[in-house]
Design a protein. Structure first.
Length: 129
């Protein structure tokens, strides 16, 4: 017969290993994905701004090289956009998508980096000189 203390230790070690594996399987993906999700939140804010710019232009009959202001866009946003990482949103003309300029180092990108939407749904990161 097995020694009860030995059997208890075996179950204890097995339980600790299972608990540790479960904890790692939950924590590691969240740790790995967290920076990307912050970048994607900024990109989603840019998409919201671009959509609001286009809606404002459509309703007011504006096209092309008209400069867009924050006041033009605010009524068309579903909710007020809060900076994710202290970024500053920059509006250009209607033919250019909005940009997010980083005001401090973020996810390995230096201060002054710009996140810009492309027309095909992707985004570019422009590093400062």
């Amino acid at each position: 017969m097995s020694d009860p203390k030995r059997l208890f230790r075996l179950y204890l070690v097995g339980g600790i290993l299972i608990f540790g594996a479960l904890a790692l399987s939950i924590c590691i993906p969240n740790y790995v994905r967290s920076p990307r999700s912050k970048t994607m939140a900024i990109i989603n804010n840019l998409r919201q701004l671009d959509s609001a710019m286009q809606q404002s232009a459509f309703e007011h009959g504006k096209t092309g090289a008209v400069v867009v202001t924050e006041q033009d866009v605010l009524p068309y946003l579903r909710y007020s956009l809060k900076p994710i990482a202290g970024e500053r949103y920059v509006f250009k003309t209607l033919s250019q998508p909005p940009e997010a300029q980083l005001t401090h180092r973020f996810e390995g990108r230096p201060k002054g980096s710009v996140l810009r939407l492309n027309t095909n749904g992707t985004f570019d990161v422009i590093l400062p000189n």
